[in-house]
Design a binder for this molecule. Structure first.
Ligand code: SAM
Length: 915
């Protein structure tokens, strides 16, 4: 068994290395034999563990970055190349099962639960759910009475009347009404659950929107006391367990005071909600609040100390309900169990998270954790609370930890828990996932829900789509819009689809018919024979909108959008259109490398031109255009979209409730579109208006008094000037608070080598101890900036407050590695801390020196009058980055001198630490 486990691990590393080789976009260099050889080299277990932590931070970062850079980024283009079917199949074939265990807890006597949302009831004719919410701007709007308070509100005809005087209580009642509607639906869900054999459910944290908000928060008693007591009474009668899971930002071990204050408010809110249910004694004890420890802030021991300290200050009510859960990034079961035992806190074991940060020296899965079952169970029994566990599985194709973080829609098996466990199934299909498990294993109640077909059945009256509603309302669909929407459907995709491998043979069979929309694919590499795939190429929202805009453009005067297209710019100030000399003005700014012109053109060639060329009848005038001219036109449309288009969430996604779990990397399902008029507002980091997207109308709300002649400004987001320039072609002084600078790891390494007098060979030897696959090659430094105030202004300024945690960690790893190569070069831990700061300062110096001009020189250039707009923008970007580098250096020097001071004043402590 053990050998098999190790073999699985090696195969996994092989897959990982292969994937990385592919991700560096050099498919041809990926020699499978070499990859396998590499994978079978055993590294010390400690290194592997350390690297696992890194992988997580690196991946989270990538996910964040990709959510910003929607489409034209090189990474995306590379990603597409990577995702060839063969590689995917290979990876999938090699994946280990989600849970390695021979134990199935049958016959099952426990309760299976689902979290927060019942998909069946949510999509019923009259939706039943507990997460109705609103925006803060709506609370503020509803401080004003309705135009006709005797009539129900209407999105256009009966809105809050801003000419009257506002009343804070009125706004609060508006949001509280949403909470009451949410709470009233608990009983409906409980009764439904009971009917179908489910007796365990997590209540949505969004039950009472903004209840724990600093400014807009409110107590639940007395207004919600009766509704909650009624829900509790029904839960009591039915023996239903109710729990909660405050969100990931509720962290009581944060070093930031404001985070702790907010977390305590949120815990008190959850506690009040559960207490007002007035459940029978045991059920009340079982109504727990699950919390994650949160970040490590670079120092787990210090974080645990803060946790101890802050936990002690929590109210008894909160302490009675608080439960800790292992996460998939930083805090494993092994980390949390001791603190849970120490502080008398139950520990909820989440198998899915555990399987992501497992100890690879044992094997993936649950075997290592089973030895801890007794200790985990005791954390519950000694408080007389019924134990619960969380179970979910990664998506079927998941291989890397990043992939595996995504929960699959349903689960295939049960974990090896006690057969009477309360098991929360955290899967996207919620109650349907529970049903599937019940069906698979014929668990008690499996025969109760035969009348429940999957929640998307056609005979259930479903919510109308908003588009249909609008169309109906106008009585006459907007022809131009409809025409554009139909365009994509009409296009024949064959020219750009994958070559048909096996369809020809299949089609040749006598009597066969074959839809053009599907394709037979070869899945033998993963032992799955043939399979059917959707044959449409993956057009993304960008290419679709570019094609539609080009379609309208070619129609010329015939286009109903012509007047709108005419006011849109034909040329742009974004760096995409700058000359080489103009780009050079950006100096060492990372923006210089992010222009993405070549990648954009590659995308046009792959996704836009083939569609146009294959459809002369739809784009008749395009025939007179050369390929180059089409690419230029695609650039123009792409840049227009970049500056003017809006993202629209798909209907399905809007209805989806948050998993209330650790951050998930969801696939984007958005669509992009042009919205004339809505795109007319300019923007700045301090703004005075907010655009509200209603079902039937788009409104703009002033956030404060706007003087006559003053420009109405929207908010495009907390972008650094470099990003503002890249996307929109402008910069503003106010956006400099969000400036960032990218520090290449190479500079840190060089600076370390210089500080310790290491030779290139010694540095290379140290690198051998690191898993280079996990090493980040750049780190983003930025300032800490508060959110803008509700009126769009800022109270304080942004300040540099810390070096990124992953940079610190990576540097620590390197220092440890250097110590192994040359123990005399880094004497002890204290020395390592000192070195860290000076190394980073030197690295920042090196970074600053890559910019040929100094801060005063840039300031002089900017104050001059003979400077073009493009130059002004470039100098503003580079100057912002230089100033940030200086701030980071002063911060580090400050810490370094504090440490020195501490050492001179506390020699005993120092002596202990260096032991
Ligand atoms: C959505 S449009 C805003 C309306 C646009 N000004 C127009 O002419 O229709 C975004 C573009 O407006 C310009 N813009 C927006 N805010 C700006 C600002 N604060 N300063 C300069 N230009 C701005 C940029 O060219 C940007 O790409």
């Amino acid at each position: 068994m053990r050998e098999l486990g190790e073999m699985g691990l090696k195969l996994q590393s092989a897959v990982k290395i292969q994937r990385l080789a592919v991700e560096t976009s050099d498919l041809s260099k990926c020699d499978p034999e070499k990859v396998r050889e590499e994978a079978f080299k055993i590294r010390p277990a400690s290194m592997r563990q350390a690297k696992a932590g890194h992988e997580k931070t690196a991946e989270i970062k990538t996910a964040e970055q990709s959510s910003v850079d929607v489409d034209l980024e090189p990474a995306d283009v590379a990603e597409e190349k990577v995702d060839s079917e063969a590689i995917q199949s290979e990876r999938a074939a090699r994946r280990p099962p989600p849970v390695n265990s021979g134990v199935l807890p049958l016959p099952w006597k426990g309760r299976l639960g689902y979290a927060c949302l019942n998909t069946y009831l949510r999509s019923a004719g009259t939706p039943v759910f507990s997460s109705r919410t609103c925006r803060i701007a709506s609370i503020i709007d509803h401080r004003y009475p309705l135009q006709d308070p005797t009539q129900p509100e209407h999105a256009t005809k009966n809105r809050p009347d801003k000419t009257q005087s506002p009343d804070i209580q009125r706004g609060r009642e508006f949001v509280q009404e949403l909470g009451l509607a949410n709470a009233r639906d608990i009983v409906k869900m409980l009764r439904w659950n009971e009917k179908y054999g489910i007796k365990f459910m997590r209540l949505s944290s969004e039950m009472f929107p903004f209840a724990s908000h600093e400014e807009h928060g409110y107590k639940l008693a007395p207004f919600a006391a009766d509704v909650l007591a009624e829900a509790g009474k029904v839960a009591g009668e039915l023996g239903h367990r109710l729990t909660t899971h405050p969100g990931q930002y509720t962290q009581i071990a944060s070093p930031r005071k404001e985070v702790i204050t907010a977390a305590i408010r949120d815990l008190e809110y959850h506690n009040e909600m559960l207490s007002l249910l007035k459940l029978p004694e045991q059920q009340d004890r079982d109504a727990v609040m699950i919390l994650h420890m949160g970040g490590t802030y670079g120092d787990k021991a210090a974080t645990l100390d803060r946790f101890r300290e802050n936990y002690a200050t929590l109210s008894d009510g909160v302490k009675m309900r608080l439960v800790l859960e292992n996460d998939d990034v930083s805090w494993s079961v092994h980390d949390l169990l001791p603190i849970c035992e120490e502080l008398n806190i139950p520990l909820v074991l989440d198998y899915h998270h555990h399987n992501i940060i497992f100890d690879p020296s044992i094997r993936e899965g649950t075997l290592d954790i089973m030895d801890l079952y007794d200790r985990i169970a005791k954390t519950w029994t000694r408080k007389n609370i019924k134990q619960k566990m969380h179970y979910s599985e990664p998506t079927a194709e998941a291989i890397t930890p990043r992939d595996r973080r995504k929960h699959s829609a349903r689960v295939k098996t049960l974990p090896p828990c006690a057969a009477d466990m309360d098991l929360m199934i955290e899967a996207k299909d919620k109650e349907q996932a529970v049903f599937e498990l019940m069906r698979t294993f014929k668990l008690p109640g499996w025969n109760l829900f035969n009348d429940i077909v999957p929640y998307e059945r056609d005979d259930e009256p479903r919510k109308e789509s908003k588009r249909t509603k609008k169309e109906k309302k106008s009585g006459n669909t907007d022809e131009a819009g409809e025409e554009a929407a139909k365009l994509i459907e009409e296009l024949t995709w064959k020219e750009i689809s994958r070559p048909a491998l096996t369809k020809g043979w299949f089609k040749a069979l006598p009597g066969s018919t074959f839809s053009e929309l599907i394709e037979i694919t070869d899945l033998r590499a993963r032992n799955a024979g043939r399979g059917i795939v959707d044959d449409k190429p993956q057009q993304d929202p960008w290419s679709i909108l570019i094609i539609i805009m080009m379609f309208e453009y070619f129609k010329g005067d015939e286009s109903k959008w012509k007047p709108y297209m005419d006011v849109l710019p034909a040329s742009f100030e974004t760096p995409m259109f700058w000359s080489g000399a103009e780009l050079d003005e950006l100096q060492a700014s990372a923006t210089r490398t992010k222009v993405g012109k070549a990648d954009a053109e590659e995308m046009f060639h792959a996704k836009v031109l083939p569609v146009i060329r294959a459809n002369h009848e739809i784009f008749p005038s395009s025939q007179s255009y050369s390929d180059d001219e089409l690419v230029q036109l695609a650039h123009r449309m792409g840049s227009t979209i970049m500056s003017y288009a809006f993202d629209f969430q798909n209907e399905d996604e809007e209805d989806e409730e948050d998993e209330e779990e650790w951050v998930e990397d969801r696939e984007s399902k958005s669509t992009m579109g042009m919205v004339p008029m809505a795109d007319i507002l300019n923007a700045d980091a301090e703004y005075n208006a907010h655009v509200n997207y209603g079902d039937d109308a788009l409104t703009v709300t002033a956030l404060r008094t706007i003087k006559a002649g003053e420009e109405i400004l929207n908010y495009y987001g907390p972008h650094p000037n470099s990003e503002l320039l890249r996307r929109y072609g402008y910069v503003t002084p106010k956006h400099s608070r969000y400036d960032v600078v990218e520090l290449p790891w190479k500079l840190v390494e060089n600076s370390l080598a210089a500080s310790l007098g290491l030779s290139e060979q010694q540095l290379d030897n140290a690198r051998e101890y690191l898993d280079m696959d996990e090493i980040e090659d750049t780190f983003v430094l930025d300032r800490e900036s508060d959110e803008p105030n509700p009126d769009g202004t800022f109270t304080g300024s942004a300040r540099f407050s810390d070096i990124p945690e992953d940079l610190r960690d990576q540097l620590k790893l390197l220092l440890k590695a250097v110590r192994k190569v040359d123990p005399s070069s880094v004497a002890d831990k204290r020395k390592r801390d000192e070195i860290q700061h000076s190394v980073l300062i030197k690295a920042l110096d090196a970074l600053a020196s890559q910019y040929p001009t100094t801060i005063p020189e840039d300031e002089r250039i900017l104050s001059g009058s003979d400077i073009s707009e493009r130059q002004r923008a470039a100098v503003t970007v580079r100057l912002g980055e230089k100033r940030l580098i200086e701030e980071a250096k002063s911060y580090l020097s400050g810490i370094a001198s504090d440490t020195a001071l501490e050492e001179t004043s506390a020699p005993n402590k120092r002596a202990r630490r260096s032991d």
